[in-house]
Write a protein that binds this ligand. Sequence first.
Ligand code: ATP
Ligand code: MG
Length: 583
Amino acid sequence: MRLSRFYAPTLKEVPAEAEVISHKLLLRAGMIRKLTSGIYTYLPLGLKILNKVADICRAEMNRAGAQEILMPSVQPADLWRETGRWEYYGKELLRFADRHGRDYCLGPTHEEVVTDLVRGEVRSYRQLPLNLYQVQTKFRDEIRPRFGLMRGREFVMKDAYSFDKDEAGADKSYWDMYHAYDRTFRRLGLMFRAVEADSGAIGGNFSHEFMVLAETGEDTIAACTACAYAANLERAEVMDATPSSDKPSGEACGCGALAEVSTPGKHTVEEVCAFLKIPAARLIKTLLYDVDGQAVAALVRGDREMNEVKLKNRLNATTVTLATPEQVKAWTSAEVGFAGPVRGMLSVTRILADNELKHGDAWVTGANKTDAHYTNVSLSRDCGANIEFGDLRVIAATDPCPRCGGGIEFKRGIEVGHVFKLGLKYSQTMNAKFLDENGREQFMIMGCYGIGVSRIVAAAIEQNHDENGIIWPPAIAPFEVVVMSLGGKEPEVAAKAEELYLAMIEAGIEAALDDRDERPGVKFKDADLVGYPMQIVVGGKGLANGIVEAKDRRTGVKTELPVADFAAAFAAWRKDVHGGWGA
Ligand code: ATP
Ligand code: MG
């Protein structure tokens, strides 16, 4: 591609609306333009990158035996009514009616459509397993579209759906996709980690998210420093009987008599602890939840964070919402901030406590009375036998790894892929059955597997950039190399640059030729900004000495390549540059 003819309008100014580096650089380098909130046009450079990401996804899906289809983005409401998601999905689902008043939505995901496709045709176990995928534009009316391609409303996803005849088959399909994802992200040239994620009602180890590691990531990962364990925060298990380093000392066992103390206007953990001059680890936080219409209390140490996903799974609940101030008042006869498990929690049907609370005594808790707390609380002595213990809190950096006892560190990541076992969720509600070996009707067992194709474009930049611009992994760079002609008025320079460029094209290398009538400084700046992994500089002085200059964008290291033996010298250098990416 000759850049003199190429539509890649670069910007000198950073657009004010862009908060994160990937968004800024994508706009500045002329790769995308915003149409409206969360909706972008891909310019030639941007589209080339997007297509490269998509093609690597396709190659690995095909290799794993999945077959590509393309489903529509407009989906009829009736399918979503079958699964109950028309009501349940909420405002992210963009709904509209056609001229006949029939309801439709723009597909945020395709479980309904693909299940509908398969249920009509697959009748026998002989037709299973089946895995169908697509690379398609999704629409989710995100409440806060932001960070450019990272969280758009319209975005490109690779989504695959597997159908199996039995659990063993479904598990194999799951792990086949897991490994295909692993290969995909390796090929993309990204640093990533597969982390355990919440698999809700399915249970077991059947949900993993693939995270591109980047400091700017929205997600936090708890990763072991010794073994391969990694999980997202909502999932990360906390070992029971954790010997706590900062558990209450002194009166830890056999605490004194329960006592009520006045704590006027002290609602928060910080306020109560400062007032009573105790560390937060001595206090029990009592959180009240509306769990599918039932009042439930959940207890966690004052310095810990409740994990509502764990609570929801433990209670096998559909919805878990923090009680409103009105509910708190009705259930405890006190204002928010004074609830506690000792007595007086009216209408609370279940009390759950984090495992850690088994290990201490002499706690401070709310007294279910405005402006009052109890001290010297013993859960076993003062709260009756009805407390259910379990792993309910968010893991902390001081906790040991739940697998090997090693250290835990927190890392930031960007979720770029998700593999999930669905089980019978869709096949049951949509009646997707087949006849098994014994002629009996069975529901198909499903899995779904998504990759954020357009999000990867942004994530790759978040992970690979410097103050001058983007540093593309070669596998997804819009062009692998740019040949810069710095000739000005010297026709032999332009001719040489053209010759080298054409030779590369001939050799099947994706090259761009910067033949624009621009100063060298502008060409250098743009080349760094756009992020071609390799730069070749053809100038008059160099040619006089029989060399061109080659720069590795990632390391910044410059090398001289002889013009006389350019093809061989370039091939060797190119191999080096690629090798640096560990691809
Ligand atoms: P998130 O938690 O980031 O909202 P999700 O759990 O809703 O993601 P999935 O339904 O698992 O996402 O979709 C599969 C993949 O699609 C995600 O792993 C992510 O990479 C990508 N994705 C999801 N929502 C968006 C979005 N609004 N913009 C761009 N990519 C997205
Ligand atoms: Mg997800």
